[in-house]
Design a protein around this ligand. Structure first.
Ligand code: IPE
Ligand code: IPE
Ligand code: MG
Length: 247
């Protein structure tokens, strides 16, 4: 039997160790209530605490959430500015609570395009929670899978140029060390809310063998109960990793 990836237990009834979520549908949620899109983003941000809190009981040690993609800059200036301000306020408001609840927070994505004030808050939160280990929450902000792989390739090329890495050592083991997610296990389960069945440039390399769940619920309606149900479904799946099981 092929060697299973560490920490994955599907088929055996165990839960996923790393769940990644594409939090989609805030705009439609607001629209359905006749409210502006930002109203939906605020409602969506409020959901995060409940989902993080549900993780330990479900055996989820790593939770990665997609908050803003490298493509989301294409939205109106008003929406982008509103989201950036929401991220700032979210960090300021939630930092202490995340710390007290034992959450270790990390950010992935390209920080270069983010405003310095936001980047400072992100750095501070990472530092504040660096000693925590109850749940590892990773927030993807200005994140794109292709951008991440391209940035990794650039840094590998720089290391080759500087003589720190040999071209023949560029392989499936070394490349992920240059990704933003280098310290994280690969996601076992990727959930996308809002009914869209696409991955929109999320964790492309890391999700090569993830299980996917596309659910109709809009992100602001995604409760701990819905989360638990989706996680339970994962335990009934059979992961094969290219092998024929039982041989
Ligand atoms: C997801 O909700 C949040 C972000 C992409 C920032 P959307 O804003 O994409 O909501 P819909 O898809 O328009 O409903
Ligand atoms: C993906 O949602 C990005 C986030 C949830 C942050 P989008 O709403 O941006 O994706 P598309 O445009 O439907 O592919
Ligand atoms: Mg969307």
């Amino acid at each position: 039997m092929a060697e299973q990836q560490e920490g994955t237990g599907a088929g055996g009834g165990e839960g996923p160790r790393h769940v990644a979520i594409i939090m989609d549908g805030n705009g439609r949620w607001a629209q359905a209530r006749g409210r502006p899109r930002l109203f939906g983003h605020h409602a969506g941000a409020k959901r995060v605490r409940e989902i993080v809190e549900a993780c330990p009981d479900l055996g989820v040690k790593y939770l990665t959430i997609f908050a803003f993609s490298t493509e989301n800059w294409k939205r109106t200036q008003k929406e982008v500015a509103g989201l950036m301000s929401l991220f700032r306020r979210y960090i300021q408001k939630e930092a202490e609570d995340l710390f007290r609840r034992g959450v270790r927070v990390r950010f992935i994505g390209d920080r270069v395009r983010l405003e310095p004030k936001l980047v400072d808050l992100m750095d501070e939160l990472e530092l504040l929670t660096a000693g925590n280990d109850r749940v590892h929450l990773t927030i993807a902000l200005n994140y794109g899978g292709r951008d991440e792989v391209a940035r990794a390739a650039r840094r590998m090329a720089q290391d080759v140029e500087a003589g720190r890495l040999k071209a023949r050592d560029v392989n499936e083991e070394t490349l992920p060390r240059y990704l933003d997610t280098c310290v994280l296990p690969d996601p076992d389960l990727v959930i996308r809310t809002s009914g869209e069945a696409r991955i929109s440039n999320f964790l492309l390399w890391q999700s090569a063998y993830a299980e996917y769940e596309f659910i109709d619920t809009l992100w602001p309606d995604f409760t701990a109960e819905v989360f638990a149900r989706v996680v339970a479904r994962y335990g009934r799946r059979e992961r094969r990793f290219g092998a024929v099981l039982g041989e």
